[in-house]
Design a protein around this ligand. Structure first.
Ligand code: HEC
Length: 254
C-alpha cells in the first residue's frame, strides 16, 4: 500500500505541465527567435574573443599566453624583449646591456640625452629612422612606447567588464535555462545540473580573470570557464530547438 502511494508521489513529481513540443505556435516562435539570436550572439562573442584576446601574443588563435598577456600583462618591456630577440645583434654587448638596464630601470628621462640617445643614434637609427614603417626610436616619444611596462588589464577595466558580464550573461543563461526546463527526456537531476552549469562556469570565468591578473598560472581556468559555459548553453539551445520543432509529442506519452 505504502509503496503504491510513494510510487504515485514520485510519478506526480515527474509530471511536467508543459513540454516544448506541445507549446502553442506563438510561444514556439518566441522561444525559437530568442534561441537563434542568442546562438548567433554566442558565435559572434567567440569571433570577438579570437580577434581581441586571440591576437594578444601576435599569433592567431586563442592560447594560454594570450590570456596571460591580456589579464596579467607581459614581463619586461618591448625594448628589452626585442634586444633579447630579433635586435640582439644590432649593438655590441655593452651597449645592448646599457639599453636593457635603462629599460628595466623604468627608462629614466635623465639618462636619455647624455647616454642612451647617442647609442640609439649610432646603432639603431641607421635602420630605425630611415626605413619607412620602422618605429623611429631615436625620437623620445616613440621610444617611450617601447619602454612602457604592459601591466595587463587594469583593476577599473576588470571591474567594469566583470559586472557587465555577470549581469548581462546571467540573463542569457536564465532564459536559455528556463526554456530548457520544458524539455523532455532528461531526469530532473541531469536537467538541474545542465541548467546550473553555465552560471557556475561564468562565475569561475570571472573570478579567474582576477586570479590571472595576480598570478599567470590561472590563465587555463579562464579558458575552462569560457569553454564550459559555451558547451552547456549550446547543448541546451540545440536540444530545445530540436524538441520545439522536430520531436513527435505522442511518443512521450507513456
Ligand atoms: C639592420 C636594421 C636594424 C637595426 C640596425 C636595428 N633594427 Fe630594430 N628593427 C628592425 C626591423 C626590420 C624591425 C621589425 C622586425 C622585428 O620586429 O624584428 C625592428 C624592430 C625593432 C623594435 C620593435 C618595433 C615595433 O614597432 O614593434 C624595436 C624596439 C627595435 N627594433 C629596437 C632596436 C634597437 C634598440 C636597435 C639598436 C640597438 C635596433 N632596433 C637596430 C631593423 C633594425
Amino acid at each position: 500500500m505504502r509503496t503504491i502511494i510513494q510510487q504515485r508521489e514520485r510519478a506526480m513529481k515527474q509530471i511536467q505541465r508543459f513540454t516544448l513540443c506541445e507549446l502553442t505556435l506563438p510561444v514556439k516562435t518566441l522561444f525559437t527567435g530568442y534561441l537563434l539570436t542568442i546562438g548567433l550572439g554566442l558565435l559572434m562573442a567567440g569571433a570577438q574573443i579570437m580577434l581581441t584576446h586571440g591576437m594578444a601574443d601576435g599569433k592567431f588563435g586563442l592560447s594560454v599566453d594570450d590570456i596571460v598577456y591580456s589579464y596579467h600583462g607581459q614581463p619586461g618591456t618591448k625594448l628589452e624583449s626585442k634586444l633579447n630577440g630579433s635586435m640582439k645583434d644590432m649593438a655590441p654587448p655593452e651597449v645592448r646591456m646599457a639599453l636593457i638596464k635603462w629599460a628595466s630601470a623604468g627608462a629614466p628621462a635623465s639618462e636619455w640625452e647624455g647616454t642612451i640617445k647617442p647609442h640609439v643614434n649610432k646603432y639603431c637609427a641607421p635602420c630605425h629612422s630611415s626605413m619607412p614603417g620602422l618605429a623611429n626610436i631615436s625620437d623620445k616619444a616613440v621610444m617611450d612606447t617601447m619602454t612602457k611596462v604592459d601591466k595587463g588589464a587594469s583593476v577599473s577595466t576588470l571591474t567594469r567588464v566583470s559586472h557587465i558580464h555577470l549581469f548581462g550573461i546571467s540573463f542569457i543563461f536564465f532564459f536559455v535555462g528556463w526554456i530548457f526546463t520544458y524539455a523532455t527526456g532528461f531526469s530532473h537531476m541531469v536537467k538541474g545540473i545542465l541548467i546550473l552549469t553555465p552560471f557556475a562556469f561564468l562565475i569561475v570565468d570571472i573570478i579567474s580573470w582576477w586570479l590571472t591578473k595576480l598570478e599567470p598560472g590561472f590563465a587555463w581556468l579562464v579558458i575552462i570557464g569560457g569553454f564550459g559555459y559555451s558547451l552547456a548553453s549550446t547543448v541546451m539551445i540545440f536540444t530545445s530547438l530540436y524538441q520545439l520543432w522536430f520531436k513527435n509529442c505522442r511518443l512521450q506519452i507513456e
